[in-house]
Design a binder for this molecule. Structure first.
Ligand SMILES: *Cc1c(COP(=O)(O)O)cnc(C)c1O
Length: 376
């Protein structure tokens, strides 16, 4: 086989102004975890999120989740309800705090946290004498979760929701931006996400007091004194002013990136509609996904592996869907509430190359391999 370039699942895609903003940081010697790029990036993301969003830029999405849990008062031995079908970073911060994750399976229409199972789990935990402290709901692959239904359950029991929107910047639910739909929202700018600062994240809150608290904790929890004085455990979680320069440039092209990823999804769907053995995740009414990754579900594990390996042979990266956390070695002994949906998706599902920088040539190369693999 002739040597062709590797096609990645999702790789960084820079716009026009990133280098200019990074150069400003150098020119003004703001090479620090604060500075004008951080401030401007926060202002523009707040403006994008809309309605009273207060943004704190942080070193990662994981850091934002950690601070969100801490701000909601999660402590050792508290229980936190968490979507099982997600990346491990959604749940790791629960363990950082010594708290206990309770994993909730997904429903079929969005693949995200199932509101019925969520309510059953809340009732069961309360019957055991413990009310869960928080809910972590994820907009996986960019598809919003059933926001109205999940929020209704949360409100009924007065439990705050942390919205893990790490994969869903640019998605909306009933025209509200993902990341600004719940008590606290988390965004990631990791290298594989829809826009990137190479590494970074944000915590989105509804009031400046919460934002101040996040920044206090993220900057070593320094008390108001001329010397260094501390009455709380602090973290070093603030975003660098250099990386915020990349973020400013990336946010300017977010809408283009969403459009390109949605076009990838439409391309795969159109070209694979002849196969009724392949299922796509449809957008319910009022849901708008950034289509961070295009995902398909096949008839069997064997068929999925056949396709994945055929792509790999041609140097094209694809990946099984997230392995549910309740099946992960580090999480499998924690309580859970299951219905089999996420396990089945994991066994039959595949993420296809979805970068906003895929060329027409890349797409036809990928499609040729898929069609050849499916016809055997
Ligand atoms: C990427 C990701 C995170 C973590 O974000 P980082 O910025 O990489 O720390 C959390 N949750 C989900 C669902 C993610 O995909």
């Amino acid at each position: 086989m002739s040597k062709t370039k590797k096609i990645y699942l999702s790789s960084p895609h820079l716009g026009h102004n990133e280098q200019k903003y990074v150069a400003e940081a150098f020119d003004t010697n703001w090479i620090a975890p604060l500075g004008p790029n951080v401030t401007k990036f926060e202002e523009s993301l707040s403006g994008y999120m809309g309605a009273s969003a207060e943004v704190a830029m942080l070193s990662s999405g994981t850091a934002a989740l950690h601070l969100a849990l801490e701000i909601l008062g999660v402590e050792r031995d508290d229980e936190v309800l968490c979507q099982s079908f997600t990346f491990s970073a959604s749940a790791n911060p629960i363990l950082y705090l010594g708290a206990i994750p309770v994993f909730i399976d997904s429903e079929k229409s969005t693949w995200n946290i199932c509101p019925e199972l969520l309510e059953q789990a809340i009732k069961e935990r309360m019957a055991k004498g413990k009310k869960p402290k928080a809910i972590i709901a994820v907009h996986l692959y960019g598809m919003p979760y059933l926001v109205d239904e999940v929020n209704a359950v949360a409100q009924r029991y007065d439990i705050p929701i942390i919205e893990d929107s790490a994969e869903a910047l640019g998605s909306t639910y009933k025209n509200i931006k993902c990341g600004n739909l719940a008590t606290l929202g988390v965004v990631s700018f990791n290298g594989n996400k829809i826009i990137t600062t190479s590494g970074g994240g944000a915590l989105v809150s509804k009031d400046w007091k919460t934002r101040d608290r996040a920044i206090f904790l993220a900057t070593q929890a320094r008390d108001d004194a001329p010397h260094y004085q501390h009455s709380h455990v602090g973290y070093n979680y603030r975003m660098s002013n250099v990386l915020a320069g990349i973020g400013r440039g990336q946010l300017e092209v977010l809408q283009d990136r969403v459009a390109a990823r949605r076009a990838n999804h439409a391309f795969y769907q159109e070209n694979l509609k002849q196969f009724d053995t392949i299922q796509f995740l449809e957008e319910p009414e009022g849901f708008h996904s950034n289509r961070w990754l295009t995902t398909i579900v096949m008839e069997s594990y064997e068929q999925r592996e056949h396709l994945r390996l055929a792509l790999l042979t041609d140097d094209i990266e694809s990946r099984p869907l997230w392995k549910p956390l309740h099946e992960q070695p580090i999480f499998k002994n924690y309580p859970n509430k299951l219905n089999g949906v996420s396990s089945e998706l994991f066994s039959k599902g595949l993420c296809l190359p979805s970068g906003s920088n895929l060329t027409d040539e890349d797409r036809s190369r990928i499609m040729n391999v898929i069609l050849k693999a499916l016809k055997k």
